[in-house]
Write a protein that binds this ligand. Sequence first.
Ligand code: PLP
Length: 395
Amino acid sequence: MYNKKMCELGNCRSAIRELFEYGKIRAKEMGGDKVYDFSLGNPSVPAPNEIKETLIQLITENTSSSLHGYTSAQGALETRVAIACSLNKKYGAELCPENIYITVGAAAGLCIVLKALNSANDEFIVLAPFFPEYKVFIESQGGVFKKVPFNESDFSVNLSALENSITSKTKGVIVNSPNNPSGVVYSEETVKAIAKILNKKSEEYKKPIYIISDEPYRELVYDGKKVPFLMNYYDNTIICYSFSKSLSLPGERIGYVAVSGKVEDQKNVYASICGAGRGLGYVCAPSLFQKVIEKCIDAKTDVAEYDRNRKLLYGELSKMGYECIRPDGAFYLFIKSPEKDANVFCDKAKQKGLLIVPGDSFGAPGYARIAYCVDYEMIKRSLPAFKELILEYKK
Ligand code: PLP
């Protein structure tokens, strides 16, 4: 007999993936120009040129078998050195290669960390609105998923709800800033307040409560916004990073876990991460891309294109009468549904070719997510459909 829970997961795709697959079929039937697909966070900006040049160089100049060979389970030493040095230089992080575990993206990083930390039905707190897969990742690693509501006025962290939700069973809190789906970047003040609560509760329960900082959008910020580096504010921090969005490499599956040098019992926490990676079979991330990352660690994506999309979409939708908060980071706009049930609203949008995702699975019913990592011209073409849609609610 197979695992019923896994079968259920396999049979019901996430709302995002469901819509993305629908969009592909619909585009074939109707023509791509009639479908405005805002479903998936697939970067529209190409990977920086350096990536392509490095790949060509590696393939043409390195003919040894090591190019495609296994690396150490936790990742090649040279790549871990490059990652640690880059974080130390940018943020004064004091990391060494023994703090880094290279993974196949942030998804694997999160699963590894959750497995490494969970001992027996531990609770992991997630701050709404959140990336829907957190629930799947936590429960698949045997943890208990617990969500904390947000402040509706600005999608900020509801600090008192966070404090009240922590119990003796709480093992960690997943923090995601810049946030998917709201685009909110947590301020330094918010980060300090979260750290204060967690320090107080760790003291009260006489055990560390970890921050698991999921940071795929760390570099995707606008208007010179700064993202506070959580390790500098809270000792028991473990970062799950990804190059999927920051270097537009989602299909290459590359990222890392970084354990702060100040984490309590750091050596054993890192060993647990190595053990969890081993247990899950997430060892030796793709070696060619480990080499690319080693050489391109400080490459940057061109955020100006996303910024242009952001300004157009936010500006035009606000003018039409959609309620939304101007996002400071990532590439999502989270709008308030003009009717109570965002599923009905998104279905109406779908009839007009607009593929946007209801907020329910993000822990925010009554909202909808628009991924603006798309072609600028498509946004322009989609605007009349957005206009028609909101007019239906103004009749
Ligand atoms: N975390 C967040 C907040 C995301 O938005 C995503 C992907 O969209 C992931 C994690 C997973 O990213 P990766 O491609 O690195 O597995």
